[in-house]
Design a protein around this ligand. Sequence first.
Ligand SMILES: [Cu+2]
Length: 158
Amino acid sequence: MTKQKFHRKTRSVRPLLLSVALAAGIVGTTLSAPALAADITVYKSPSCGCCSKWADHLQAKGHTVTTKNMENLDAIKKLAGVPEGLQSCHTAMVEGYVLEGHVPAKDIERLLAQRPNAKGLAVPGMPVGSPGMEGGAPDRYDVMLFDTDGSVNVYGRY
Ligand SMILES: [Cu+2]
C-alpha cells in the first residue's frame, strides 16, 4: 500500500519539473532571454544617436545598460587600451572586458560564456547593418578580439 503511494507521487513530480525548467528557460531554445544578463557601462558623447541605439539593442537582449555621457572619449579609450585601428564611436565595459563600437549582443554573450584571455571586443568604424547602425545596405564586418599585447583576432563575421 505504501509502495503504491510512492510510485504515484514520483510519476506526478516529473512533468512538474519539466514545466519548471521550461518556465526558467533551461529547456527550449526559442526563448530570447540571454543565459546571463550582464551589466554594461557605455561611455559615449551626449550627441551620439547610434551609440544610444546600440545601448537599446543590448537592453532589448535583456542586459542592463548604464550610459555615461562625456564630450571627449580619448581618455577612456586610452585607459581601456583600445588600439587606434579598432576605434569606433563608443566604448563600453562589461565584467572586466572592453567593448568598442557596435558589437552585437550575441558576441558579448559568447565572450562572457567563454571568458577568453583578452582585453575585449571591437567593431572598428561604424559598419552599416551592425546593431544600432540599421538602415541601408548592410556592410560585411568583423568583430575583433584584441589583447594588451597587440594581438587582434577575428571573433565573429557578419
Ligand atoms: Cu556608432
